[in-house]
Every structure is written in C-alpha cells, then in structure tokens.
Design a protein around this ligand. Structure first.
Ligand code: SAH
Ligand code: SF4
Ligand code: F3S
Length: 483
C-alpha cells in the first residue's frame, strides 16, 4: 500500500544530522505532509508514529516540500550543532511559507520540548510546537493552527508509549524496522539533555512489542531493532500484585527471538551498568539475536566517568568487556566517546585511548563535548577544555578507532558470514549490500545467483576497508566440498 523509499538509515544522533523524506501514496490524499527527521533512531521511529496519527486524519505525504500543506521537522537537541542545523532548515522553510502562505510549519521532538513556547517567540514562522509525548494531540493542534492559532503541547507523560499505534514505515527498506520498547531515560548523565527532553523512563507492554514484531515478520521484514535509551532497564509488569509475570529485557529479547529463527533481532543502546549476564546468555542461546552490542563508554577515566555520573568505573567497564568476550566470543562491540568533557586532562584522555585499545571497538561514534543548557554539567562544571584541545583529542580518538576498525575487519578476511541482503549496493547495482550478525556492512557481486533483498546468503570475505567487507557468495555445495 505504501511506496517506501529504499534508504539505509544510520543512527543520526551519532553521525551528525540528516533527514529522511518519506512517502505515503501521496496522490490519494488531498492534504499532504512533509517530514524531516534529525537525531537518534528513536526520533526516526517517532516520525513513523506521527505519520500514522496524521494518516488517520487524511494526510498523505510527499517528498517534495514545495507541495506540502504541513511541514514538520522532528528535532534533536543532543549537541548544539544539531540545533543549529534545525534553525537553518527553518529559515529555508520560511521562504516556502512566504510563497505559499497557507502552509503550516511544525516543530516536533526534543528541541520542541527543550524550548517549548519560546520557539514561537524566537521563530515567528513556526505554527505548531509538539514534544515527544504529545503526538496524539497533533490532529487538534493542526486544526487550531489552520484556524490561525499558533499552538503548543509539550506535556511529558509518565505513561505514553504509543503502544497501540501501528507506525507507518517511512525509513525502511522493507527488510529492517525499528521498534521502540522504552521511552525516556532515568539516568542523569551530567552532559546529557535527553532526560529533560524525553522525560521519565517507561517500558512499553511486551505484548504490543511482540505483536508489532510478528506483523513485521509476516509482512516480509527480516530484522527488528529494539530501541530505547537504555534497553537493559526494560521492565514491564502487567500485574501490580505480583512479579510472577514481570518481563525484563532478557525475557523480552527471548520472546522476540522466538517469533522466527528467520527474524534477526538487534537492540540499542546498552548502558554498561545495566547489561546483565542473563542478556548475554540469551544472546548466546539464539542464533538470530545479532552478536553486536553498542556499549558507550563515553570516557576511559574513572574520575571523568564520575563527573559524568555514568555510575561505573573504568575497571567495571573493562570487566563487562571481558564478560562479553567470554560468553559471546564472536560479538562485535561498538561505543560512543566524548572528547574534552569538563576538566578532562591529558591523563584522562590517555585513559580513554587505552580503554579503546582494551575494548577493540569495531566502530565508535565520537564527539566533542558540547554544553547543553539545563544539564547538571552546565550548572556545576566549567567547560574548561579549550576547543583546539578538544579537537586534537577527538582527532587522536578517531585515528585510534580507524586503526582498531581496520584491524578488526582484516581479521574477517577468509571467514564466511551469514548475510542478510539489504538491497543494491550504493556503488553499483551489480552488487548486493547486506550485513552480518556483527552489523558489519558486506558487499558482494550479484552474479547470476537467484537471490533477492531480504534473503540470507553466505558470503566469504576476501577484502576489506575499515568500514566495509567485500566477498563472494558461497553456494552451499561449494561449502560442503571445501569442508
Ligand atoms: N542513551 C544513550 C545515548 C544517547 S545520546 C547512552 O546512554 O549511551 C547519544 C550519544 O551522544 C551519547 O552516547 C554521547 O556520547 C553523545 N552526547 C550526549 N550528550 C552530549 C553532549 N552534551 N556533548 C557531546 N556528546 C554528547
Ligand atoms: Fe543520556 Fe545517559 Fe540517558 Fe544515555 S543514559 S540518554 S547518555 S542520560
Ligand atoms: Fe536527540 Fe532527542 Fe534522540 S536529543 S539523540 S533526538 S532523544
């Protein structure tokens, strides 16, 4: 029913911002919306909820901002740069509004939540401001705004999980989809704005999660990524009088894995303090739970980790790495790292580089510390590392990661992986691109093999860069012969 663009979505909170235009079958509808999403996977998943809510009200969508009646921008506040990008886009939307006076512009997501009605004062062209927990009120707000009244709803909720809403899959290639399992965050990392923009943590009921994943599988999807700021703290108890039926993250993971061995399960993000051995053993027990853990360290210095309120030490983190390697020897580990947090000195920085060596990350998202208004770090600590020093340290971190990635990928040469085909390679329609369980990108020639997007194939790796594996498909008979 929907024309879904084929587009590989990266975790934008970590990669700098970009947008994902989407397209329902717009021609069927009189009113059209255009939506751009920035930020993390959760924001992209939320845009799919927004599309579903407005689709019920008769809105189709368009990739062409010029023909939209409603322009939405789903925003991120995690770093200053993310907010600057949004402001720039809003200026461009102003031009469109000037040429098409009836067009409404709405700001959704974390920046809407952070700035609230201030947005309407600062950005005169914005008609609607809606925070992440208030999307159900969009139809009413759009109606008000159509009548000329600028409207805001930024109420945060302790319960909202949008559990009953079937998202319209906008950002998907038809093979993989994101499924939110928790919203909000109860941790108070001192650098982070997310607890303020997303509110208290709450877990979505497990039945609606498994139902959504089952439906995805039945519709041909072969990979689900369970999303939360801290998936390991997932906890849903349907019975307030007893904990007998309570579901934690390990149990949820198992429930989703059992839907079908043909459905891959991924998850993000894991907080080092919360990931348990129970989760690691469930991962080991199910082949279809992907062997890849995103375990952001942020810093390798215990002193800095304390200032960040990450609640673990360097040694605790390294012990977690040991446990993962023991229980899941083939697991890839990835990380987020911040350079130049308040008071970070050269020793702290060296500690970060050495924890990277210890953890042998396959990949990391690396950032310069950016002060966020209202956070504990902003109120308590001085942002005292000069920008040039932050930049130099970030550069050293990036160089270290490049070496680690290349070493890790080189080790895969000669190995054979089960790869789920995502679609045509960007480089050439003669090649497929897919990913292995470790979430490494694998490119291989199509040749005349009778396979398609969404199929699992075996690929023997013969070359690599630091971010991509290259190989050849292995036909089963050849595999039997070579063994
Ligand atoms: N819930 C996830 C992270 C969400 S934000 C977790 O706990 O890991 C994604 C990443 O952005 C963080 O891991 C952190 O590395 C980075 N980040 C968050 N706030 C930041 C800030 N103020 N400056 C620079 N990077 C930041
Ligand atoms: Fe932010 Fe920390 Fe929560 Fe992650 S765990 S969203 S970094 S407060
Ligand atoms: Fe950004 Fe909000 Fe996600 S601040 S990283 S979009 S939770």
């Amino acid at each position: 029913m929907f024309d879904i663009p084929i587009k590989k979505i990266h975790d934008e909170s970590r990669q700098g911002e970009s947008f994902a235009p989407f397209s329902l079958d717009a021609n069927k509808y009189e009113k059209k919306i255009y939506i751009e999403s920035y930020g993390c996977q959760m924001n992209f998943a939320d845009s799919e909820v927004v599309a579903a809510i407005l689709n019920k009200e008769g809105f189709g969508s368009t990739r062409n901002v010029e023909e939209a009646d409603l322009i939405f921008i789903n925003t991120c506040s995690v770093r200053e740069k993310a907010e600057q990008t949004v402001r720039k886009r809003l200026t461009e939307f102003r031009k469109i509004k000037n040429t098409r006076p009836g067009t409404l512009v709405g700001v959704l997501g974390c920046m809407a939540e952070r700035l609230k009605s201030k947005f309407l004062e600062e950005e005169k062209l914005v008609d609607i401001v809606v925070g992440p927990d208030a999307y159900r009120s969009l139809p009413g707000l759009v109606e008000e705004a159509s009548g000329g009244q600028r409207s805001v709803n930024v109420l945060l909720s302790r319960e909202e999980t949008y559990a009953d809403i079937s998202p319209v899959r906008l950002n998907s290639n038809g093979v993989g989809a994101f499924v939110s399992i928790t919203r909000g965050c109860n941790n108070m990392c001192t650098f982070c704005v997310v607890p303020f923009t997303r509110g208290r943590e709450r877990s979505r009921d497990h039945e609606s999660i498994t139902r959504e994943c089952t439906e995805l599988f039945e519709n041909g999807y072969r990979e689900v990524t369970l999303l939360g700021q801290n998936v390991d703290s997932y906890y849903y108890n349907p019975d307030s009088n007893s904990t007998d039926r309570a579901v934690n993250f390990a149990k949820l993971l198992e429930m989703v894995a059992k839907i079908s061995p043909e459905l891959r399960v991924r998850f993000s993000t894991s907080h080092p303090k919360d990931i348990t051995d129970e989760v690691l053993y469930i991962m080991a027990a199910y082949e279809n739970i992907c062997k890849c853990i995103h375990l952001p360290v942020q810093s390798g210095s215990t002193r800095v980790l304390q200032l960040m309120n990450r609640t673990y030490t360097r040694e605790w983190y390294m012990n977690k790495i040991d446990r993962i390697r023991e229980i899941l020897p083939d697991c890839s580990i990835t990380s987020d790292i911040i350079a130049g947090f308040c008071s970070e000195d050269e020793n702290d920085h060296q500690d970060t580089l050495s924890v990277m060596d210890y953890s042998k990350y396959d990949m990391s998202y690396m950032f310069i510390y950016s002060v966020r208004p209202g956070t504990l770090a902003e109120r308590r600590y001085a942002d005292d590392v000069p920008l040039e020093v932050k930049k130099r340290r970030l550069q050293e971190i990036i160089e270290k990661q490049n070496v680690l990635s290349l070493t890790s990928y080189q080790k895969d040469i000669g190995k054979t992986f089960k790869v789920l085909i995502d679609g045509d390679s960007k480089r050439s329609s003669e090649d497929w691109v897919g990913r292995n369980s470790q979430n490494q990108v694998v490119i291989f020639p199509k040749k005349n093999h009778d396979v398609k997007k969404g199929d699992y194939v075996l690929v023997k790796i013969n070359d690599c860069t630091q971010a991509t594996l290259f190989g050849e498909m292995v036909v089963l008979q050849e595999l039997v012969k070579s063994n």
